[in-house]
Design a protein around this ligand. Structure first.
Ligand code: PAF
Length: 278
């Protein structure tokens, strides 16, 4: 399986593909079934697939969060191999990606980046866009796959790609869930078995709000009440927002594509999730 550690080697390999169906799946490694579903989709839809594995330091606002982010390159490579022995993997070092130091490129994103994860994690989306831009520059993908668990990230990347006239198609991929309902995330491995199981209440609450077609105040009250029954889970935010603008909606009945967004932390581990309400 082709595993590239150096940018120069990647550039050489990339230059040999002249077709128009190169798919990229950017990841930070510690791959789970959610990532693997993106890679499998990319494989079905592309002639050549590149998976990037890079824990991007500039999108972490806290050093201890970066330090404890899980890494498992050997297991990741083995899991990708199961999907396709011909999939290219690019796993660079921070020096390769940031030869001049950990600077980010400021972006104008019309406020998409100021709320939710952007408000809670200042500078996070500048870091995400910086690394995605760098990866796109060298890989020149025709299509790139991003999971809907990070829905705000997906919208930010779509907006950036549109504004910058990036020709890559940004392909959203559905959330994959654990048996408890918890959205799959590399961070889940940091949870205690008890917290991991208990965290299923977040999805249960979101489903309840959706299935009962609750209005916005009821969604907020129901969510806060659910969290008060799980005091070790700290609710960071709950927001009903319109899918494209991410602006808070007032009336869920008349809203265009409303979505419920929740972020929480438990024992220092951040969890985010979302669901379409209609
Ligand atoms: O979603 C992620 O894993 C990361 O934010 C991404 C898109 C790979 C950029 O580092």
């Amino acid at each position: 399986m082709p595993l590239y550690r150096k940018l120069e080697a990647l550039k050489l390999a990339r230059s040999s593909y002249k077709g128009n169906a190169l798919g990229v799946v950017p990841t930070m490694g510690a791959l789970h079934q959610g990532h693997l579903s993106l890679i499998a989709k990319a494989k079905r839809e592309s002639e050549v697939v590149w998976v990037t594995i890079f824990v991007n330091p500039t999108q972490f606002e806290k050093k201890d969060d970066l330090d404890k982010y899980p890494e498992s390159l050997a297991a990741d490579v083995a899991a990708i191999y199961e999907i396709g022995a011909d999939i290219h993997i690019f796993a660079p070092t921070a020096t390769d990606m940031y030869p001049e130091g950990l600077a980010t490129r400021g972006q104008r994103l019309d406020g998409l980046d100021n709320l939710m994860e952007g408000a809670d994690r200042p500078g996070h989306f500048d870091g995400v866009i910086t690394i995605v831009a760098k990866l796109f520059e060298v890989l020149q993908p025709h299509q790139a796959y991003f999971g809907e668990k990070d829905f705000q990230q997906l919208q930010v990347i779509k907006k950036w790609a549109k504004d910058q006239h990036i020709p890559t198609r940004i392909i959203p991929c559905p959330i994959v869930r654990e048996a408890s309902g918890l959205a799959m995330s590399s961070r889940n491995a940091q949870l205690s078995p008890k917290d991991r199981k208990e965290a299923g209440f977040i999805y249960e609450t979101m489903l309840q709000c959706k299935n009962k077609s609750l209005d916005k105040p009821a969604v907020y009250t129901t969510t806060k009440k659910a969290f008060s029954a799980h005091p070790n889970f700290d609710l960071r935010y709950v927001l009903c927002a319109e899918e494209d603008s991410l602006k808070e909606v007032h009336d869920l009945v008349s809203a265009n594509k409303p979505r419920l967004f929740i972020a929480a932390s438990v024992a220092g581990v951040r969890l985010i999730d979302n669901i379409a309400l209609k």
